[in-house]
Write a protein that binds this ligand. Structure first.
Ligand SMILES: *Cc1c(COP(=O)(O)O)cnc(C)c1O
Length: 479
């Protein structure tokens, strides 16, 4: 018996033979299918994908799942396996989903979809050079702020001069404003407004990171103007009002009016700042949602500085906007932190086009507002049409049911707009299971579960997506 046979077990020798049957990278790169892949995607990704497929095959040989008999078929399958691996590695991770969750401004689903005009303007401005910071009249350097500032000034006509600057998001707007106006000094806030907005935006933490000292006044449910008065001292820099966003205080409650807060601020020479969160430019009372303040309303009440998001009720790109008294906005603008928080030309382009839609009162062109405005009757008709289309499919039971859509983004907490949903049931499958199947489909569909039923709320689904929703539901019974 040759010595090596006693040292190596028989199976190992067999493995070595199988390994030797695998092609090398150079040989694979000469295969016509992979020559095409290299021409299309470059050699580097093809080599990486080929190594990955070969590694998987070696692992299968080692574990014994691949034997000599299956080898010929496996070898033929290597080039297509490499092509699949290339496709997987080149696939995007960020992709569109159908939002049937019933939350119009869903932070996890990217909040406000952009309007067609916003997207066109982004493409137009960003695919080439632009006058982002260049004055075409004088040929001199200018500020990027001008593109949005002029439109905000027009839209926020509050009977006074208003200046605005744009930063990365509202969290940045709040931090920058607090740091610029109150660094080292005290900021008075009602205990009823020390909220956490979700994620990690907590007013007390933001305050300390802004180097301002939080001075809490009042109680969780009741704060009076006299509480603010008593807390004012020579270190007070700001009176802050915070929109409670995703949270409501009901029952025995009291909060001074904005007008009273502004009056106190004026008397003592202390600016009033309001973190509005959603920052509506559109009066939600028009769609039956009461109590959500608009940016104009706060400025008219005399608030010196308001901060709000670009991608909540405004319906534009992710941004944080600081609007108010020009002298204070100039102070905020001159903070060196501004440079670190400012936004790119794409955001200005999307914002400018979105604001122009407001100037033209073309609310229907802004998707978030359009989703808010669509009538329940129209949604009901679409839900019934889908139900009729799906009725004949075996194993699935689809119903058109009235439901309530939340606005989201912290706007009008607790308020909903009446909507219609498809309630979907498939024999032998749980609501959770169905939701998961739809999420993993193409395109992914995100629904919600209510009382053990899967609901697909049509308010945030484009009419043009109804067909895809129907196909996905039909697919549920086939799996
Ligand atoms: C949403 C919100 C924020 C944070 O805004 P982002 O745009 O998410 O950074 C801050 N304050 C309030 C009151 C909010 O509702």
């Amino acid at each position: 018996m040759p010595p090596d046979e006693t040292i190596f077990p028989v199976s190992t020798k067999a493995h070595a033979d199988l390994y030797r049957m695998l092609p090398g990278i150079d040989e694979l790169l000469r295969h016509p299918a992979l020559v095409t892949e290299v021409a299309r995607h470059g050699q580097a990704i093809v080599v990486v994908a080929a190594r990955s497929v070969l590694d998987q095959l070696r692992a299968a040989i080692t574990t014994g799942t691949l034997d000599e008999r299956s080898m010929p078929a496996v070898l033929d399958g290597i080039p297509p396996a490499i092509s699949r691996e290339i496709a997987k590695r080149l696939a995007v991770s960020l992709r569109p989903v159908i939002n049937a969750s019933g939350v119009i401004l869903h932070t996890n689903l990217g909040r406000a979809p952009l309007s067609a005009a916003a997207l066109d303007h982004v493409r137009e401005v960003s695919s080439t050079y632009s006058n982002l910071e260049f004055n075409l009249d004088t040929g001199e350097r200018s500020k990027r702020d001008v593109h949005a500032d002029r439109l905000f000034a027009r839209l926020l006509s509050a009977g006074r001069e208003v200046a605005s600057v744009v930063v990365n998001n509202n969290a940045a707007a709040v931090m920058l404003a607090l740091n610029s106006l109150a660094e080292g000094g005290e900021v008075i806030v009602s205990r009823g407004e020390l909220v956490e907005i979700g994620g990690s935006f907590r007013i007390p933490d933001v305050m300390s990171k802004s180097q301002a000292i939080l001075r809490e006044v009042g109680t969780t449910n009741r704060t009076r103007i006299s509480d603010y008065k008593k807390a004012i001292n020579d270190r007070t820099r700001l009176l802050l009002r915070v929109h409670r966003s995703n949270f409501q205080i009901v029952g025995f409650t009291e909060q001074p009016s904005l007008e009273d807060l502004v009056k106190l601020g004026r008397e003592r020479g202390i600016p009033v700042m309001e973190d509005l969160g959603s920052g509506a430019f559109f009066d939600l009372g028009r769609v039956g949602v009461e109590g959500e303040p608009t940016v104009s309303r706060s400025l008219r009440a005399g608030v010196d500085i308001v901060t709000y998001s670009g991608d909540k009720l405004l319906g534009g790109p992710q941004a944080g906007i600081i609007s108010g008294d020009p002298a204070l906005v100039a102070r905020i603008r001159s903070n060196p932190m501004f440079r670190a928080l400012r936004v790119d030309k794409m955001i200005y382009a999307a914002l400018e086009a979105t604001l122009l839609a407001y100037v033209r009162e073309d609310y229907g062109s802004i998707p978030a507002l359009q989703f808010l405005r669509v009538s329940p009757e129209e949604l009901r008709a679409r839900a019934i049409a889908l139900k009729q289309q799906l009725e004949s499919a075996g194993g699935i039971s689809v119903d058109a049911v009235p439901c309530a859509t939340a606005i989201g983004g912290g706007a009008a907490p607790g308020a909903t707009v009446p909507s219609f949903a498809l309630s979907v049931e498939v024999a032998g499958k749980s609501a959770d299971g169905l939701a998961s199947e739809l999420r993993r489909g193409d395109p992914p569909i995100v629904g919600r579960i209510e009382e053990d039923r899967l609901l697909l709320d049509l308010r945030t689904v484009w009419p043009g997506q109804d067909r895809q929703v129907a196909e996905a539901i039909l697919g549920l019974s086939r799996k």
